[in-house]
Design a protein around this ligand. Structure first.
Ligand code: DAH
Length: 393
């Protein structure tokens, strides 16, 4: 029950004394409970507010109500009480300020900071949080690695760059002319059937040579190169090619090739053999042997398939006492096509077949990567599984 100023039944010194004690003990009790500036203001107003503070009530209920003969004594007592209460109010404020100044702040279990130093401490913490320690190792972000197909492609290109070849590229969407006709595949020639072609729809109204298709090989870049430069020509042409093949472990409708073309005066089949033998040794190791096996391509004459001695059984055809599965026990693995550029092709690019000769070759990049890295499924190159790809980092 909060203290209220009682009405006095009589104004004797004893009654007055008792009432005064009661009032002072209430002041002391209330001032002891003050914990904040706000508490103190409420306390101050409750006791000393001019309008309806408890001291004003004391004035009303004790002094004004006192009969004339007691007025002097009651007046003295009330004045005394006023000064004591006012003192207490002031004291309570001082105590509060002192308490604040000496209080401490628990900033962390086990870490207590004096209130006065708290601001300093907070500043220090903020500065520490912002501090940049340049001796710490940085955040490593995985930057990825070259895709095994691109890596192999670059390796092949590198081998030929070292022989003085430059790099040419051509479009993936080609015309029938560049993909077939200029390469000596006449319209309706059965050799076209060996390249399961993806044709762009709605081209029927155009002449056959202008119809668009997805290039089935990089050989059209040979024609584009010979159209824009005169012999001597030594180029490799890397790129993506497309065939209407169902995907399986050894087929993919999209794959990559590196084409090669060298045209100059007096280039012979010997140059072709020497160049490719060197390239195969550079790619698979100096112990591989090469073999040129008669074949047919419309744009080369004579044509050959290049075989390398099997890198799994060292060309023996037998591994661990069993027939080698990689070369079907033959000791040889077929790797690429090549040949001497057919004189008919020069007719399409205004080269004089009587003056120049050259060779060409084309190899599948995935096929070479599969052999080099022992990959057993071509689809792995296109599935984007990081666990597979990061092995080539
Ligand atoms: N273009 C042929 C293919 O994709 C590969 C080829 C064979 C390219 C012989 C050549 C070559 O340049 O001379 O099957």
């Amino acid at each position: 029950m909060p203290y209220t100023v009682p009405k006095l039944t009589d104004f004797s010194a004893a009654t007055l004394d008792g009432a005064a004690r009661e009032l002072l003990s209430a002041v002391d009790q209330e001032s002891a409970a003050i914990d904040s500036e706000n508490d103190w203001k409420i306390f101050r107003d409750r006791w000393v507010a001019r309008k309806n503070g408890l001291l004003t009530q004391v004035n009303e209920l004790w002094l004004k109500a006192a009969p004339a003969p007691n007025k002097r004594d009651v007046g003295r007592e009330v004045n005394l009480l006023r000064s004591v209460v006012e003192q207490r109010v002031e004291l309570a404020h001082k105590r509060l300020l002192f308490k604040k100044a000496t209080a401490s702040v628990i900033v962390h279990p086990g870490i207590e900071v004096p209130a006065a130093e708290f601001e300093e401490y907070a500043k220090r913490v903020a500065l520490t949080a912002q501090r940049l320690d340049i001796t710490l190792p940085g955040i490593r972000r995985p930057i990825g690695v070259e895709h095994p197909v691109i890596k192999t492609m670059n390796e092949i290109i590198g081998v030929f760059r070292n022989l003085g070849y430059s790099v040419e590229e051509g479009p993936e969407i080609e015309t029938d002319y560049y993909n077939f006709e200029a390469l000596n595949f006449p319209p309706n020639h059965p050799a076209r059937d060996t390249q399961d072609t993806l044709f762009i729809a709605g081209q029927e109204s155009k002449p056959l040579r202008d119809r668009l298709l997805l290039r089935t090989h990089t050989s059209p870049v040979q024609i584009r190169t010979m159209q824009k430069m005169q012999p001597p020509v030594r180029v490799v042409c890397p790129g993506k090619v497309h065939r209407n093949d169902a995907p399986d472990a050894t087929h993919s409708p999209i794959f990559h090739q590196v084409e090669g073309l060298a045209v100059d005066t007096n280039i012979t089949f010997c140059d072709l053999k020497g160049t490719l033998d060197h390239a195969m040794k550079a790619l698979f190791g100096s112990s591989v042997k090469t073999r040129f096996y008669p074949s047919f391509f419309p744009f080369t004459e004579p044509s050959a398939d290049v075989q390398i001695s099997c890198i799994f059984c060292d060309g023996k055809g037998v591994r661990d006492g069993a027939p080698c599965r990689n070369c079907k026990a033959s000791g040889w693995i077929e790797l690429l096509g090549c040949g001497m550029v057919d004189p008919n092709v020069y007719g399409f690019v205004d080269y004089d077949p009587a003056k120049v000769s050259g060779f060409a070759f084309g190899m599948g990049v995935e096929r070479i990567a599969i052999l080099k890295y022992g990959v057993d499924d071509i689809q792995l190159f296109f599935q984007g599984d990081v666990r597979f790809l990061e092995q080539f980092g």
